[in-house]
Design a binder for this molecule. Structure first.
Ligand code: GLY
Ligand code: MN
Length: 467
């Protein structure tokens, strides 16, 4: 097994995670679904395999076609899978035995895959509940339907909200070995970002930079934690095309992160000038975003809600944008009304862990607890609003975006005109966007920015772009 903390007692850690979740779920069985390979066009030509993150969390096993059943008694877990056939070995090489995999995960009961039906049928005969998490892949929906004898369209609705809640609690607080994994991933990610800054030139295609950074991760045997965003159109929040050409005087937004050996994500964004020097307006807006990001990090500590951090950061941004003549009136009133969301429609950040948006498959319970999401434009996109606890790992990623369609719509509707100088804003409609993102650990005292520093001030970024 590959890890950033090879000396940690990983088998004991996985056992502890399973036992805590088992105890808090309070009876019944827990069915942990590992992923099956996903064919692209025929069975042997598959998309890169990525294990289900919950399964990774309780086993660390990244191999396909495994299932785990946690029985109600402490320490009782059964790993189900099939040994590699001779055909498998001929085509794809030898694999660790199921016993070896189980030992690495602290599991001492291993059975063939088709043995799981009998155990589940017996549990159901005894009236024991079978808890499982909501599946997001069709292959898992199908497998659950077959294993539990329930119609496919009912599988999602019958997922265990008790298990979802307990997994969210357990996975939200990161142990030191998890933080070490994230920081390991950030080491590679820092190199990706520096390389992009150093290589960018007018006339290059976005795809050349995207290829460069992904090559760095690949050369380090690391996957991407998500499809990188490498774009001159930073105002398109999740832009995944790489077809534009870098122009002198423009900006590049690079939002990318490698995975750690065990599958932990990193998620860093930097924005830099194609020609190596920010224009005066670019530098002003960049400093506004940086001040917002540093302000948000300074607010982070246990007990503060991420909604408060978000709104506090928006206030810093609104004050800076008023100083630049783009906003007007009282910044606090502008933020309360939601006028700043023209420039910053997304939340200040999200949880980070085995997923880049950690546990987003479990729904609002992770980021919002039992609170309902607010309806106001901007606040409705918050992925995290609940009170922070020591051990949470979060992204802090404010931005300023000039989204032409949004500016036109708001202007036509006269929305928030007491707070927005539409003439000045419209003059910047082709500006693009700036985002600055770091990954932060909530500590008992406050916050620690994780990983090696990546150039962030105007001077540091210009130096990293020096040519
Ligand atoms: N890295 C993409 C995002 O946080 O949404
Ligand atoms: Mn992010």
């Amino acid at each position: 097994m590959h890890t950033a903390s090879p000396n940690a007692d990983w088998a004991g850690i996985f056992r502890g995670r399973r036992d805590r979740i088992r105890t808090r779920t309070g009876g019944g069985l827990i069915l942990w679904m590992g992923h099956a390979p996903q064919p692209r066009n025929y069975a042997a030509n598959t998309y890169p395999f990525r294990q289900n993150s919950h399964f990774l969390y309780v086993t660390g096993l990244a191999e396909p076609d495994l299932l785990l059943l946690s029985l109600p008694e402490a320490g009782r877990d059964i790993l189900f899978g099939d040994a590699a056939s001779l055909d498998d070995i001929v085509w794809t090489g030898p694999r660790p035995s199921l016993e070896e995999l189980a030992a690495a995960a602290g599991i001492d009961d291993v059975r063939p895959a088709d043995g799981i039906r009998a155990v589940l049928d017996e549990a159901r005969r005894q009236g024991q509940p079978v808890h499982y998490l909501p599946p997001y892949r069709h292959s898992s929906v199908y497998a659950l339907s077959r294993l539990l004898g329930i119609p496919m369209e009912e599988v999602g609705g019958r997922a265990s909200s008790l298990l979802m809640e307990q997994v969210a609690i357990e996975r939200s607080v990161k142990g030191p070995e998890e933080v070490a994994e994230i920081e390991e991933a950030l080491g590679v990610t820092g190199r990706m970002h520096r390389a992009a800054m150093a290589a960018a030139r007018p006339g290059m295609k976005e795809s050349e930079l995207a290829g460069l950074i992904q090559g760095i991760a690949l050369a380090a045997d690391r996957a991407q934690a998500y499809d990188p965003i490498v774009t001159v159109h930073g105002e398109v929040l999740h832009n995944h095309s790489y077809q534009n050409v870098l122009a002198a005087g423009g900006l590049v937004l690079n939002d990318s992160g490698a995975e750690s050996p065990m599958g932990y994500a990193s998620d860093i964004t930097r924005t830099f000038p194609v020609s190596g020097r920010f224009s005066p307006m670019q530098a002003d807006l960049y400093r506004a975003v940086l001040r917002t990001q540093l302000g948000a990090i300074a607010m982070i500590r246990p007990g503060v809600s991420y909604r408060e951090v978000h709104l506090g950061a928006c206030l810093v941004l609104a004050e800076a944008l008023r100083a630049l003549g783009l906003m007007k009136g009282d910044p606090a009133a502008a933020v309360e009304a939601g006028a700043h969301a023209l420039f910053l429609p997304h939340g200040i950040g999200h949880m980070l862990g085995l997923d880049v948006h950690d546990m987003e498959d479990l729904g609002d319970i992770v980021g919002h607890g039992k609170e309902k999401r607010p309806g106001q434009f901007g606040l409705n996109y918050l992925r995290l609003s609940r009170p922070l606890e020591a051990g949470f790992v979060l992204t802090v990623e404010p931005g300023v975006y000039f989204i032409p369609a949004l500016i036109e719509r708001w202007r036509a509707e006269g929305l928030h005109q007491e707070f927005l100088d539409y003439d000045r804003i419209a003059a910047l409609a082709g500006f693009g966007g700036i985002r600055i993102e770091d990954d932060v650990l909530v500590t008992p005292e406050g916050a620690r920015v994780l990983g090696p520093p990546v150039p962030k001030t105007v001077a540091e970024v210009e130096e990293a772009c020096a040519r």
